[in-house]
Design a protein around this ligand. Sequence first.
Ligand SMILES: C[S@@+](CC[C@H](N)C(=O)[O-])C[C@H]1O[C@@H](n2cnc3c(N)ncnc32)[C@H](O)[C@@H]1O
Length: 220
Amino acid sequence: MSMSTSFPTPILSHLKTDDFDYIYEPAEDSFLLLDALEKDHDRINQLRPSTCLEVGCGSGICITFLATMLKSFPSLYLCTDINQRAAEIAQQTGQANDVHIQPVVTDLVGGLEERLEGQVDILLFNPPYVVTPESEVGSRGLEAAWAGGERGRQVTDRLLPKVPDLLSPKGMFYLVVIKENNPEEIQQMMKTMGFEMETVLTRRTGPELLSILRFQRTTT
Ligand SMILES: C[S@@+](CC[C@H](N)C(=O)[O-])C[C@H]1O[C@@H](n2cnc3c(N)ncnc32)[C@H](O)[C@@H]1O
């Protein structure tokens, strides 16, 4: 039986206004990902996740929300960010919400791949998805939060080939995209790696048509 449960948005009152000069301030994309996780609560619960990983955690709002949602499971909540300040703040966000998350400062999942091989039950990525000149990609500061280069896919496309090695057999990968990222092409790329895609939620906010995509190994 499916139960509709509502989980609180993580407390962020420990953040100061000037923190957002350095890290990504949660916005509609972040909140859409929270809504998608809440919508998928039963599905995620059934997986009994023991290792969850968010790439590009920023303030830590998403991985903290997931940890809060799954509080009854003893699970490892890891997150990475290329921005050191984001990693520091994400840890504080976990503490402020009474959950333990472990941030790592690295590029995508650099240094963790071997250790996490086949272990990740839930993988989250709200990437820098805005279409920008290629030259704007590669910062370790605030620009890294949105600059996605050509079609807004430069960073996302580096993570996709790593997903099959990271995910556990029933693991699920949640990805935030906008229409300009060409989700249909991402679907095809992931299909060749043995994954099927479902769109969990879609929402228009201003000029952005945002979607949350869920990938899981194709069942035969
Ligand atoms: C759109 S923000 C999302 C932040 C947060 N997850 C949220 O939803 O509010 C993208 C995040 O990815 C991080 N990021 C960008 N490139 C990265 C990379 N190569 N490796 C790890 N993190 C990266 C940025 O620093 C930023 O915190």
